[in-house]
Design a protein around this ligand. Structure first.
Ligand SMILES: Cc1cc2nc3c(=O)[nH]c(=O)nc-3n(C[C@H](O)[C@H](O)[C@H](O)COP(=O)(O)OP(=O)(O)OC[C@H]3O[C@@H](n4cnc5c(N)ncnc54)[C@H](O)[C@@H]3O)c2cc1C
Length: 408
């Protein structure tokens, strides 16, 4: 059995950020990754994806952005290359192609079964990603012609079967995919549920600049009335385009994207949509107005600026056939779940999620990192995971000191 004081599961930005912090503290550790470094960006994202957070915000511990384009948005490929360089530069002990299939308590520590053999550790950190398992809410019952995929399986317009596309979900992924497909000449129907509209730029700054300056990004989970519901909030309706353009319901309609309400159900090859489009849009406009007013108050702006509201079509499709040839593909941009079946059962809450407070679970020596609202609003962001990693590294150092630092 191989041994390390600390096993980190997952070599995305969270696992690497923590590896940097542990390495700097001289703590023996290994990072086990079932794929390659940054696997999620490599195999679960569309080809043209750019980060929607600006370069200046995407600092990792020991790697602040010092390039020539702080306000730019890195492509997926450049970001992947940067993650690999980060791991290489700090000689991080990453073992790729190793899937952890179970992690159980054993004495004072843990035993992890992996696809390549067993490991023992005094501490384990779960950095397997908030966006782990694609969430698809409905089966395409009775569909003979259309096929369904999750947004994480979408690659490019040319790789879809011919025909129209129904995109379900109007948060960051859904609106970007709808935009790309419409620009490629596809007929796109967008099923719109709860979403958060914000302008890419506001009062001459990127919106993330304001969200950081107003303290929004650093908002602590503990300070929220309902942290669980905050964890389920939709992602911001934003894109990282080189021209910093907005991509939202207002920009999609002139491209020919048809809007409709939430998917209510699918039966016998037909999708039914709710008549809630106006209500969803109104809720998003109200939320946007509250956020922008807060920013304006912070900025001391005397004169209000009004954004044009999204125009809701007076009538829209409430039913769509999946068998009449009009829709070839349904893309579910409906978010993600996590699967912790491999993990020590006593670490899980009743709903199967990892139970923790600020990344510290109830199982001594077991930690979490990179999950949404782990400690604060930006915990799952590239630029937010670093301070969480520092905090978890400090917790681990205390745990190892209490239990002796030598490997089990
Ligand atoms: C489409 C999309 C766009 C995004 N854009 C941005 C953005 O622009 N800016 C931003 O800040 N955030 C963005 N995010 C949010 C977040 O930064 C990403 O989800 C990011 O991948 C999270 O990094 P992570 O290290 O926490 O998890 P992941 O990148 O998901 O890494 C987890 C790793 O764990 C591995 N793993 C999982 N289970 C096991 C196992 N049992 N054994 C071994 N290895 C395992 C996986 O293969 C994976 O490599 C985006 C998310 C999505 C879905």
């Amino acid at each position: 059995m191989k041994r390390a004081d600390v096993v980190i599961v997952g070599a995305g930005q969270a696992g690497l950020a923590l590896s940097h912090c542990l390495g700097r503290a001289g703590i023996d550790h290994v990072v086990l990754e079932r794929g390659l470094i940054g696997e999620r960006w490599r195999t679960h994202a569309w080809r043209s994806l750019r980060l929607l957070t600006p370069n200046w915000l995407n600092a990792l511990p020991g790697a602040p952005y010092d390039g020539p384009d702080p306000d730019g948005f890195r492509t997926r490929d450049v970001f992947l290359h940067d993650l690999e360089t980060y791991a290489g530069r700090w000689r991080m002990p990453v073992e790729c192609g190793v899937e952890v299939v179970s992690c159980r308590r054993a004495g004072e520590g843990f035993v992890l079964d992996t696809s390549t053999g067993a490991w023992s550790a005094r501490a384990v950190v779960v950095a397997t990603g908030h966006c782990d398992r694609p969430l698809i809410p409905f089966a395409l019952d009775g569909a003979k012609e259309a096929r369904g995929i999750h947004a994480s399986q979408y690659r490019s317009p040319g790789e879809l079967p011919p025909g129209g596309v129904l995109v379900v979900g109007a948060s960051a992924s859904g609106v970007q995919i709808a935009d790309e497909l419409a620009r490629a000449g596809r007929h796109v129907v967008l099923s719109v549920g709860k979403h958060t509209r914000l302008p890419r730029r506001w009062r001459a700054k990127d919106i993330f600049w304001w969200l950081r300056e107003t303290g929004h990004l650093a908002e602590r989970a503990d300070d929220l009335a309902d942290a669980e519901s905050a964890r389920r909030q939709p992602s911001l309706q934003l894109a990282g385009r080189p021209d910093s353009a907005d991509v939202d319901l207002a920009t999609l309609q002139p491209l020919g994207v048809e809007l409709t309400g939430r998917v209510r159900g699918i039966a016998n090859g037909e999708i039914a949509f709710a008549g809630d489009l106006a209500a969803s849009v109104a809720a998003a406009e109200a939320k946007q107005a509250r956020l922008l007013a807060e920013i304006d108050r912070f900025a001391g702006a005397a004169r209000p600026i009004r954004r044009d509201p999204v125009a809701v079509p007076s009538s829209y499709q409430r039913r769509l056939s999946l068998n009449d040839g009009s829709i070839g593909t349904v893309i579910w941009a409906t978010g993600y779940a996590r699967s912790f079946g491999w993990l020590e059962p006593s670490a899980l809450s009743a709903d199967g999620e990892l139970a923790h407070r600020d990344g510290v679970t109830g199982v001594p020596g077991l930690y979490a990192l990179g999950f949404r609202f782990l400690r604060k609003r930006d915990s799952h962001f590239i630029g937010g995971v670093g301070s969480d990693a520092e905090a978890i590294a400090a917790e681990i150092a205390c745990h190892l000191d209490r239990n002796g630092r030598k490997a089990a």
